[in-house]
Design a protein around this ligand. Structure first.
Ligand SMILES: [Fe+2]
Length: 346
């Protein structure tokens, strides 16, 4: 379900294109599903790795650190000196790798040696892995807390560098999955929230609401959620229950913040009263719900599903501005368009 190839791997391939046959390298990566790549700098000095660490050598993958060993500064230096930029870990040890990255994320995002694109990729991969786990298991409080835990480093990274939003968007999934969508909505909501001048503490809550907004889909028949086609009337009626289910999940797992609750429960409401589940209007719809609605629709339009192509940013924004007039918060949409034009970086 994950992207077949990471941007850093593409870059690595392109960087070596003159020295070796690029098709051979591409083949090599595709034929090595048992390994996952990570930027070398993710390895932290004096940390214990609960997984094996490999690098790519001419004749295959070579192990440089064993599971349960401590990463030393000399190991990192040696790898840097031998021009290794990536490490590879066995896919079956993915859980341990994810736990390691997750617990070191606060250090990783402030490491000047790691490029912004690499940081964004690590953040995005970690966030989508966490969200995937949230949706693939019965919802439990720990899984919800883990989604909350990823928002802080993501937000810190967004607030510390103006280009983070763009690079997070660049690494986001082209295809639509419920778990990637949750992370994408969180990213767009944080970007828009920053444009609107929300305080960091408010943004933190907004990011959490974004990643949890569709959590109620876990209570809906999986065949409807993943249907490879448009929903029939009956199926759509069932689907419309998901914001209410999301609200119930939040209640059951102790998420009590009113801003998060309204953002999640009301993200399909429309200002003209034609949304669902409650048909709320204008001032009845909170700031969080308005922001998440924009992030949600934009991401749904710009990702590919089996029955529809992905629209371009321009096409999606045009539909949102013209065809959805009266449904979305006009001022917020204006700021969102401004953000997506890239002007916010200048
Ligand atoms: Fe939704």
């Amino acid at each position: 379900m994950r992207r077949k190839i990471r941007i850093s791997e593409v870059r690595e391939l392109e960087g070596r294109a003159e020295a070796v046959n690029i098709d051979e390298l591409r083949k090599d990566i595709h034929e090595s599903p048992e390994y996952e790549g990570l930027p070398l700098r993710v390895l932290r000095n004096n940390s214990v790795v609960m997984f094996d660490v490999f690098v790519k050598a001419v004749d295959g993958f070579k192990r440089v650190a064993q599971k349960s060993s401590t990463v030393t500064s000399s190991l990192i230096e040696n790898l840097i000196n031998s021009k290794q930029e990536m490490i590879y870990t066995p896919s079956e040890q993915k859980e341990a790798v994810l736990g390691y990255v997750e617990s070191n994320l606060n250090e990783i995002i402030y490491d000047r040696e790691i490029s912004q694109d690499q940081k964004s990729e690590v953040i995005y991969t970690t966030a989508t892995d966490i969200a995937e786990e949230l949706f693939s298991n019965p919802i439990n409080t720990e899984a919800i807390q883990r989604t909350r835990g990823i928002i802080k480093p993501m937000l810190d990274s967004i607030l510390s560098d103006n280009t983070t939003i763009d690079s997070l968007i660049a690494v986001s999934s082209y295809d639509y999955y419920t778990y990637t969508h949750s992370v994408d909505v969180s990213i767009y909501a944080l970007g828009l929230g920053r444009e609107l001048g929300l305080l960091p503490s408010t943004l933190n809550l907004l990011g959490e609401a974004g990643i949890l907004h569709d959590v109620g889909k876990s209570q809906i028949d999986i065949n409807i959620v993943n249907k490879p086609g448009r929903l029939g009337a009956e199926e759509f009626e069932q689907m419309k229950q998901h914001p209410g289910f999301s609200y119930q999940v939040l209640m059951q797992h102790g998420v009590k913040n009113p801003a998060i609750i309204s953002g999640v429960r009301d993200h399909h409401e429309k200002l003209n009263g034609k949304g669902y589940p409650r048909g709320l209007k204008d001032g009845e719809i909170s700031k969080f719900a308005r922001i998440i609605a924009i992030a949600d629709i934009f991401n749904a339009l710009t990702t590919r599903r089996s029955y529809k192509p992905a629209l371009t940013t321009f096409e999606a924004l045009k539909i949102m501005k013209h065809d959805m007039a009266g449904e979305l918060d006009e001022e917020m949409l204006k700021r969102f368009i401004y953000m997506m034009s890239g002007k916010h970086n200048s």
